[in-house]
Design a protein around this ligand. Structure first.
Ligand code: ASP
Length: 410
């Protein structure tokens, strides 16, 4: 029998999951465990993957000059793409004005809100240096693990030849091993995606009338977010791919289908990272040297979808409260949205918590979060996909600029 390609299997999983969650919400226990096992499998590999992929990326790049060059390109891409996303969001929210005249009947509180307000950006920066590296590993503190991996990679290249060779072989071997395990976990994606989506749908079904009521009230807001995400993902980034990278956006999209569907269903860029790395290397043909440097960093730092969402959500709350934000205040929203997206972890609903940072920066009422909480889980799926999509676009563009010939090139 001919084997059905993985992306079709995943798509089938998605559709079956939606149908199952819709028609049998009370039977969700039957399949929920599959989603949990799949997510645990992905989470299991994140820390060793981050450590080995970043270290091997740096060791393989080798000399500090080319490391600095790739580093500069990476940072420039992250900044430019996130800013482009936020500005798209700002334009859309000003045109559609979803919050103007909205009903303020809300009282929900978000878990973790207090801590988010307490953690300002400088604390986030300080916390990047872990007090205890093993605690950082066990808590999956992505930024701290990345920081340590960077140091370990850079100083490996400065060791005497006989030592650095041993570490280099060990780290590269470790990375290959983790990628093999990743490919094994990937085979279960269709089942995992099916179960996770079924759970999301059934959760939304269990609150009577929730979906319908919410969609009515917050429909315009959701529309604004999804429209702006769509413009960024389907116009801005593909144009950048084609014009700057000479890459065929459709081919690139097909090559990235597995991580994209996984990002959509798990709402976690970090959990998706193993699949993103696999797809960018095997399907797009980006070298390990570039991908293992740009992608793991991007999964935590570069979040176009989240940045755009932060901006629209803050503006929506301002509109709903009838607070007019002047141009300088809107510019402040743009920059805090950027910082919030950098600070947000690649886990579900991290962006919702970070909204409080934007709100307090411009003096908007924090309770406004209660207004958008009901639809956050759904919007999270879309913004996470855009986060991952932008990471893959950036990685390909940077690979091409380093002289690589990709399978997705025109
Ligand atoms: N869930 C998003 C991600 O993992 C972050 C967010 O909540 O915006 O990329």
């Amino acid at each position: 029998m001919k084997k059905v390609a993985l992306h079709w299997q995943i798509l089938a999983g998605l559709v079956i999951g939606i149908l199952f969650g819709y028609f049998f919400p009370e039977k969700i226990r039957w399949i929920e465990w599959m989603g949990n096992v799949f997510l645990r499998g992905l989470k299991m590999i994140i820390v060793p993957l981050l450590l080995t992929s970043i270290m091997s990326g740096i060791i393989n790049i080798g000399n500090p000059a080319s490391l600095g060059k790739i580093g500069m390109k990476t940072m420039s891409y992250y900044l430019a793409s996130s800013l482009a996303a936020i500005i798209t969001g700002l334009l859309v929210v000003n045109i559609i004005q979803p919050g103007t005249g909205a009903d303020l009947g809300f009282n929900k509180v978000v878990e973790g809100m207090e801590e988010a307000v307490g953690t300002n950006f400088s604390d986030t920066l300080i916390n990047v240096v872990p007090e205890n590296i093993f605690r950082a590993f066990s808590n999956t503190d992505m930024l701290s693990v990345i920081f340590f991996a960077f140091l370990a990679g850079i100083f490996t290249t400065r060791l005497p030849e006989n030592y650095s060779r041993v570490i280099s072989i060990g780290v590269n071997a470790g990375f290959e091993l983790i990628m093999k395990i990743t490919q094994f976990v990937i085979r279960f994606t269709p089942l995992g995606v099916m179960a996770i989506i079924a759970k999301v749908v059934s959760d939304n079904m269990s609150e009577p009338g929730a979906l319908a009521g919410v969609v009515q009230r917050l429909g315009l807001y959701m529309l604004a977010v999804i429209l702006a995400l769509g413009i960024h993902a389907l116009i801005t980034l593909p144009v950048a791919l084609r014009v700057i990278g000479g890459i065929n956006p459709l081919k690139h999209f097909k090559a990235m289908s597995t991580p994209l569907v996984t990002a959509f269903s798990t709402s976690s860029s970090s959990a998706t990272l193993p699949l993103t790395l696999d797809a960018i290397e095997t399907k797009a043909g980006v070298s390990n040297k570039v991908s293992s440097f740009v992608l793991p960093l991007g999964a935590t730092v570069n979040m176009d979808g989240t940045a755009l969402y932060e901006c629209i959500a803050a503006m929506f709350i301002a509109q709903a409260y009838g607070i007019h934000l002047s141009l300088p205040e809107q510019i402040l929203v743009v920059f805090t949205a950027l910082l919030a997206s950098i600070g947000a972890a690649g886990i579900p609903m991290a962006g919702l918590v970070m909204i409080t940072v934007v709100l307090s920066a411009v003096g908007l009422p924090l309770e406004g979060v209660g207004l958008i909480i009901a639809v956050d889980r759904i919007l999270d799926m879309f913004r996470t996909s855009v986060n991952v999509w932008s990471d893959t676009c950036g990685t390909s563009i940077i690979a091409v600029s380093e002289g690589e010939k990709l399978k997705t090139s025109i």
